[in-house]
Design a protein around this ligand. Sequence first.
Ligand SMILES: [Zn+2]
Length: 90
Amino acid sequence: MARRPSKHLRPARPLRAGYAESETKADGRWVVRHVPAPQAVKTYRCPGCNQPILPGTPHIVAWPHNPVIGSSSPVEERRHWHTTCWSRRP
Ligand SMILES: [Zn+2]
């Protein structure tokens, strides 16, 4: 087994992109994940302003902390929001 150069042995850093956090809004708790521009490759409809989120736009994805009844996974309930629209949400 060949030894790899030491730079390959660095411990994996936690990714800044893609981390999820929890936010409480008027209608409950949400898991919020930040989508950086390079990962925004599709057009989504923002439920806050009903405008498209174009590819290359950093934005957030939110889904309910608790699974919605009838849904197999809360991830299926995820919605893409403009970061500003989400932060304006009560
Ligand atoms: Zn919006």
